[in-house]
Design a protein around this ligand. Structure first.
Ligand code: 2HA
Ligand code: ZN
Length: 270
């Protein structure tokens, strides 16, 4: 068996959580990440017949039966992952009936996966249905995005438009727009269902007054989506009350046409 502490998926997860912490997006135990792993790759590091313990999923995860995920732990701090991945992370396999997560590695102190496990798993189901290359769901509390929620309506077309108008990168990076949920109780199956519904048509979902979900084929892509929204939310908040130039709709359309992108419907008139 190879040394799991040297596995690319553990190193990349440690680097990403540390990076997010340093951005100031993940205070205390804020944020959580899950990555769908390749079974054959995991088998190079772990005996897949050795289940340490089982943890109830508390929702129907049957559509993910047999799939293996690397998931940040509940109550754990992103800033601590690098120095102790085995306590702060876990590798779980969804049981055949979808009611249990079989712990294959990690959560060494008896812990378990993030409280947002339902939102993560339901988002994986939704994204895999539209994109077979999808692998990562990352949740974070970026400051300016949450600040934008306090001054903007919880309306996804309006929110997307404001981002597209503030930074020319936005329509290119997320032509599919940003899904927006109203302020809801987090950690529940309900918010998981609502998030997954948005994930059918968006790779980014904002939880009003809470934070953001970014998804993608790898950690870089999920991180990059969050980073682009957050940078643009910062531009928006810094210029609030002093705006003389926003990107005209015809330029947003021009950018989309130049890059052959299909943009979220109903956001611009052009
Ligand atoms: O893990 O971010 O949404 C703490 C949270 C809950
Ligand atoms: Zn959160």
């Amino acid at each position: 068996m190879k040394d799991i502490f040297k596995a690319p998926f553990i190193i990349e997860m440690s680097e990403t959580t540390a990076n997010m912490y340093r951005q100031g997006w993940d205070e205390r135990n804020g944020g959580n990440i899950s990555c769908l792993l390749d079974e054959n790759e995991v088998a190079e590091y772990l005996d897949l017949n050795c289940v340490i313990r089982t943890i109830p999923t508390k929702f129907d995860a049957k559509k993910l039966a047999g799939k293996i995920f690397l998931v940040t732990g509940t109550g754990k701090y992103f800033k601590n992952v690098t120095k102790d991945p085995e306590t702060n992370l876990g590798i779980v396999r969804i049981s055949a009936d979808g009611t249990m997560a079989e712990l294959l590695w990690g959560y060494k102190d008896g812990g378990k996966f993030t409280s947002e496990f339902p939102a993560h798993m339901m988002s994986h189901i939704a994204r895999l249905e539209v994109d077979p290359n999808h692998r990562v769901v990352a949740h974070s509390h970026p400051t300016y995005t949450i600040a934008m929620n306090t001054v903007c309506p919880a309306d996804e077309k309006d929110f997307t438009h404001k981002l597209w108008q503030s930074n020319t990168e936005c329509v290119i990076v997320f032509p599919d727009g940003v899904g927006v949920l109203p302020c809801m109780v987090c950690g529940t199956e309900e918010i998981g269902i609502a998030t997954a519904e948005k994930m059918k048509s968006h790779r980014i979902v904002v939880w009003t007054n809470h934070g953001i979900y970014g998804t993608g084929k790898d950690l870089d892509e999920a991180f990059g989506l969050i980073e682009t929204v957050e940078k643009t939310a910062q531009i928006y908040m810094l210029s609030l009350g002093h705006v003389v130039n926003v990107i005209p709709d015809k330029t947003i359309k021009g950018l989309a046409d130049l890059w052959n992108l299909t943009i979220m419907e109903g956001v611009i008139d052009a």
